[in-house]
Design a protein around this ligand. Structure first.
Ligand code: SAM
Length: 454
């Protein structure tokens, strides 16, 4: 099958493949790009993305290098009399009518009329991180700070097999398939890293199955509809042979008995017991629960079932904003008027610099019209230097000019602001390890090889 753009995006956008339209930092739009479906009335018929930055026919987004900036197009607004209107636009190319938010998806893209309009977007390859921020939410999801830590702790690596339940909105699924991806289709099926995802809700299962197909992941992610508390984790009666497990379920302790090496008491099964876990490797597991009561029950059952190295962790993610702040005596109000000696020293240094530049500027201009209080003293002398002649007009010299000798404090002092509080508690992560199976024969053989074994 097609290789997923999440795993091998290539260098350019493709038709029938997922791309992320970046409108702004917090506004990302996932889109499957569609080629024009032919012509209607002499115009290419195709899908159009309408945003407040303008209209973007899919045809203008296909075969673009990833990261490209794409300008909005002028798109026809009417279904009838389209030709006449476009002809009018052709004779008046500056007329911006038709661009903007007046069109609806699916309207015609007039051929040759994809001229620049007001706004632009960037087109980005899909990654689990951007997918997590742009995906359609069907449930609570696991976010990047949590899943990056979880995948590291459960030792998810290329070629491994992960059991995940429930699938929910597929946020964790996308991150985990990237972690285990080992170069499909070069490797054979048995050696392929895979995600076995189990979801009990019919609707969410259907949506997940559709997404997995649309994202080119169906050979790497197997979604099953199942109540794992009762049905366990086998797929078509076979073991996924998983080495990593992630449970994001309301009652993980009810699923744990199915994740044993041998049939635990209380699990009904007529056929011989098949463990979903790989027997010759240590299995790493994580459960994700918002309440401490859920953690207590989970840990209790983990202990009964032989899980070891049980540990609970909470990821407290804090955003730190790093920026430059202009230093002056008029400090921003949120910092109050309590200037530290450091601030005052810096402000005085800056004032001295400004004063000397101002003096130099006044001398060169011999007192002309430059008494204007609006002049930016930092910039004026530089502006003069750049055009070689002293400026008579203050306004002419106001444009800021980058200077290689600009001192860092002129660009502002480097500061950071930390979010005052952690806004949300996501969940408690419980990690545990199930050691590899160790038979009496293996024990005896290992003991015999050991130099001090006799
Ligand atoms: N980890 C997912 C993500 O990152 O998008 C979100 C999972 S969501 C919080 C929990 C999911 O578990 C729900 O979709 C729910 O339907 C499913 N679920 C609850 N009980 C289940 C069960 N017994 N078997 C399988 N899935 C179950």
């Amino acid at each position: 099958g097609a290789i997923s753009p999440f795993l091998e995006p290539g260098t350019r956008t493709k038709a029938d493949s997922l791309a992320i339209v970046h409108l702004s930092r917090d506004n990302l739009l996932p889109v499957i790009l569609q080629e024009s479906k032919g012509e209607v009335d002499g115009y290419a018929e195709g899908s159009v993305i309408n945003t407040r930055f303008g209209s973007f026919p899919h045809t203008t987004l296909i075969n673009q290098p990833w990261g490209a900036q794409v300008r909005a197009s002028i798109v026809d607004t009417g279904s009838r009399g389209r030709k006449r209107k476009i002809q009018e636009q052709e004779t008046a190319p500056d007329d911006s009518e038709g661009a903007g938010s007046t069109t609806t998806p699916g309207q015609a893209t007039p051929k040759g009329l994809e001229t620049a309009s007001s706004g632009f977007v960037h087109i980005l390859p899909p990654t689990p991180e951007v997918w997590t921020t742009s995906l359609p939410h069907r449930t609570q999801v696991v976010y990047t700070p949590d899943y990056s830590y979880i995948l590291h702790r459960i030792r998810a690596r290329p070629g491994m097999r992960i059991i995940e339940s429930g699938s929910g909105s597929g946020s964790f699924t996308h991150a985990s398939v990237r972690a285990v991806y080992n170069g499909y289709p070069k490797s054979d099926d048995d050696a392929r890293g895979k995600v076995y995802s189990f979801e009990f809700n019919e609707d969410r299962y259907q949506k997940m199955a559709e997404e997995v197909e649309a994202h080119g992941l169906k050979d790497l992610v197997k979604v099953s509809q199942r109540d794992v508390y009762n049905g366990g984790f086998l797929v078509d009666g076979k073991s996924p042979e998983a080495e990593c497990v992630f449970l994001d379920l309301p009652a993980p302790w009810k699923a744990l008995p199915h994740l044993s090496r041998s049939k635990p008491a209380g699990v009904e099964q007529d056929t011989p017991w098949i463990s979903p876990l790989r027997s010759d490797r240590t299995v790493h597991l994580c459960t994700f629960s918002p309440c401490i009561e859920q953690v207590t029950k989970t840990v209790e059952v983990m202990r009964q079932l032989g899980w070891m190295e049980i540990e609970m962790v909470e990821v407290c993610h804090k955003r730190i904003n790093v920026m430059r702040e202009r230093v002056g005596l008029n400090m921003p109000t949120d910092r109050g008027s309590n200037l530290s000696p450091y601030d005052v020293g810096e402000a005085v240094q800056r004032l001295k610099e400004v004063e000397s530049k101002s003096k130099e500027f006044h001398e060169r201009n011999q007192g002309g019209e430059n008494g204007d209080a609006d002049v930016d003293m930092d910039d004026a002398p530089e502006a003069q230097k750049s055009n070689g002649t002293p400026s008579k007009s203050v306004n002419e010299s106001k444009a800021p000019v980058a200077s290689a000798s600009a001192k860092p404090f002129m660009m502002g002092r480097l500061i950071h602001r930390t979010e005052p509080e952690i806004k949300t508690h996501t969940s408690y992560l419980v990690f545990a390890v199930l050691p590899q199976e160790w038979t009496e024969e293996q024990e005896a053989a290992a003991f015999a090889k050991w130099p001090c074994g006799q």
